[in-house]
Design a protein around this ligand. Sequence first.
Ligand code: 5GP
Length: 189
Amino acid sequence: MSSIFIISAPSGSGKSTLVSGLMTHEPRLRFSISYTTRSPRGAEKHGKDYYFVSRDEFEEMIARDEFLEYACVFDNYYGTHRGEIAKAMQEGKDLVLDIDVQGARQLQEKIPHAVSIFILAPSREELELRLRARSDTKEDVIQRRLQGAAEEIRNYDQYDYVLVNRDVVESIDTLCSIIKAERARRVRV
Ligand code: 5GP
């Protein structure tokens, strides 16, 4: 049985860097590749960062009940395919899902033993700085993401762990410690 780790964070909290650091340090983890209707950003690749699909394709997948969870985030669909858990089990790996708070809630209902981690930027100022540092992000997008972050942060109490990302190396270390401790847990509640 694979363990399931849900990681959520408002955009700009540094989550992608932490998740890729975690994946490098912990080879027994499989990263769940989501489906999305948003366009690729920067160097993102189909099949590595996301499966990029059209709205029609995504809606057909919803109709066929192919998603374990899905949500609409900033006007785009994002979803986890049901096959991701089976693939992790076949590989003998634990699964890491980078999903938003709506998706996390759906998964927690379906898989109560899933371990959930919420990542926060150290401050609103730092979050804004990080969002502005993304050269491909426009002002209206930044404002919406800041507002979205404020809404997401209100849901932090639905998570098992809350990690304030002050320092990347230290945060990756904390994530690795959470994974190790959860694997050593005798009983899951
Ligand atoms: P981004 O567009 O910045 O890559 O992601 C936007 C948001 O969508 C992030 O909060 C990310 O965690 C979330 N997200 C990515 N994949 C999924 C998914 O499969 N399901 C859900 N519910 N959210 C996702």
